[in-house]
Design a protein around this ligand. Structure first.
Ligand code: CO8
Length: 257
C-alpha cells in the first residue's frame, strides 16, 4: 500500500492520484516519487485507465523537493540520485496526465505539475521556483519546461528571483489552461479527463506524443512526426468506427483497437 499518496481505481476511465504528505506540504521525497512512478506504471498498463488526474491538498499541491532529504545528499549522492529514475518514469507516461493544483506549487512541485499535459489551478494556487533561495536551481526540468510554458522573461524572473506567481498570472502566462474556485479544481480536472477518456485511446496517445514533440524538435521534424502518426491512425478500427459513427449520427464506441 502506498503511504505517501492515495490512488483510486479508475472511474469512467479516470484514475485519481492524491499526494498525501501533509506534514511536509507534500514535499517530494524519494518514497513519494517512487510510489508515484509505480502508480503511473499501473495506470499505463491498465486498459481501463484512459487518463490520470494528479492533485495534492487544498494547502499545497507540493512545496518542492524534500529539503530535509536533500540536505543529506552531497555531490556523489546527487549524481547517484534514485529520484532521477522516478522523474524519468513520470516524464515517459504515455496517457494524458492532468494536474489539479491548489495552494503551494513550488520547486519540484511546480516541476511535477509541468510534467502534466494539462494544468488546472485553483484561485489560491501559487507557482514558483524558489530553489535560488537555497543556493541551488531547478533540477527536474524547471528551467526548460517553465521557459517553454511562459516564455523567457517570466521564466528568468521566477527562477532568478525565486518569487512565485498567482493562479491568474499563471493563466495569463499560459502555464495553466483554466482557473477555478479551489473547491472545484479536482472536479474540473476530472471532468476534462473524462472527456478525454471517451476518445479513441490510440488517437489520444499519438496526439499527445505529437504535441510533446513540438517542445523538443524543429518544425520540419515535428511536422514529419505528425504526418507519420496521422497515417498510422488510418490503420486503426477506432478510426473506422469514429467516421462511421459520424455518418450514422450516433456516438462512437471506441475500443482502443
Ligand atoms: N521540504 C521539506 N519539508 C517542507 C518543505 C520542503 N520543500 N516545504 C515545507 N516543508 C515542511 C516545513 O518544514 C514544515 O514542517 P515542520 O512543521 O516540521 O517544521 C511543514 O512542511 C509546514 O511548512 P511551513 O511551516 O513552512 O508552512 P508555511 O505555511 O509557513 O510556509 C511555504 C509554506 C512558504 C511553502 C514554506 O514551507 C516553504 O518555503 N517551503 C519550501 C519551499 C521550497 O523552497 N521549495 C523548493 C525546494 S528545492 C526543490 O524543489 C529542488 C527540486 C530539484 C529536483 C531534482 C530531482 C533530481
Amino acid at each position: 500500500m502506498p503511504r505517501t499518496l492515495a490512488a483510486l481505481p479508475p472511474e469512467q476511465g479516470v484514475r485519481l492520484i492524491t499526494l498525501q504528505r501533509p506534514e511536509a506540504l507534500n514535499a517530494l521525497n524519494t518514497e513519494l516519487l517512487g510510489e508515484l512512478a509505480a502508480e503511473l506504471d499501473l495506470a499505463e498498463q491498465d486498459a481501463d485507465t484512459r487518463a490520470v488526474v494528479i492533485t495534492g491538498s487544498r494547502k499545497a499541491f507540493a512545496a518542492g523537493a524534500d529539503i530535509r532529504e536533500m540536505a543529506e545528499r552531497d555531490l556523489v549522492g546527487i549524481l547517484n540520485d534514485p529520484r532521477l529514475a522516478h522523474w524519468q518514469r513520470i516524464a515517459r507516461f504515455g496517457k494524458p496526465l492532468i494536474a489539479a493544483v491548489n495552494g503551494f506549487c513550488l520547486g519540484g512541485g511546480c516541476e511535477l505539475a509541468m510534467h502534466a499535459d494539462i494544468l488546472i489551478a485553483g484561485e489560491d494556487a501559487r507557482f514558483g521556483q524558489p530553489e535560488i533561495n537555497l543556493g541551488i536551481m531547478p533540477g527536474a526540468g524547471g528551467t526548460q519546461r517553465l521557459l517553454r510554458a511562459v516564455g523567457k522573461s517570466l521564466a528568468m524572473q521566477m527562477v532568478l528571483t525565486g518569487e512565485a506567481i498567482d493562479a491568474r498570472h499563471a493563466l495569463r502566462a499560459g502555464l495553466v489552461s483554466e482557473v477555478t474556485q479551489p473547491e472545484l479544481t479536482v472536479e474540473r480536472a476530472i471532468a476534462i479527463a473524462r472527456l478525454i477518456a471517451q476518445k479513441a485511446p490510440l488517437a489520444v496517445r499519438l496526439a499527445k506524443e505529437a504535441l510533446l514533440k513540438a517542445e523538443d524538435t524543429d518544425l520540419a521534424s515535428g511536422l514529419r512526426f505528425e504526418r507519420h502518426a496521422f497515417t498510422l491512425l488510418a490503420g486503426t478500427r477506432d478510426r473506422d468506427e469514429g467516421i462511421r459513427a459520424f455518418q450514422e449520427k450516433r456516438r462512437p464506441d471506441f475500443t482502443g483497437q
